[in-house]
Write a protein of this length. Sequence first.
Length: 179
Amino acid sequence: MNIYCDVNGSIAVTEANAESLVTVRAEPLEGRTRRISASILIEQSIDRVWQIITDYDHLADFIPNLAKSRRIVHPAQGIRIEQIGAQNFLNFKFCARVVLDMIEQFPNRLDFQMVEGDFKSFGGSWQLEEVPASATKLIYTVTVLPPRTMPIALIERRLSSSMVVNLEAIRQRAVAIAS
């Protein structure tokens, strides 16, 4: 993994292997708020990638940093999910829980906003762009404001590296389903 930092404090991360390239960009917003975006090219149809990212009850089956993901009752007619992320860091297990309202705009955009959870604010989107040769560019963007008890630099680094792992897991899942 390569990490670059520009003069404004923005961080760019790239991770390359033989099959994929995930790019990540983190930028400071107002105060302790950060926006982190990651993208990957998946050589599968946009419909297949959409099917994977909206299979809310099975995301934890293949995304390594996700301990739990399940659809729960929404008080209105929307889509609400509960997710628990878990990572080990220096012999310390870090867990974060969020309840998210999802807004599906098939097949190009999936927005989410935290309605309950361990952050002061957490929201973002999945964007899917069709590219030639039946491929999909998947872009995952999160805007996060952690509570004061969580060091922002640590959260920014952990989210950035998690996004690389998560996008690669989605790519691998798409390939496995196609086989």
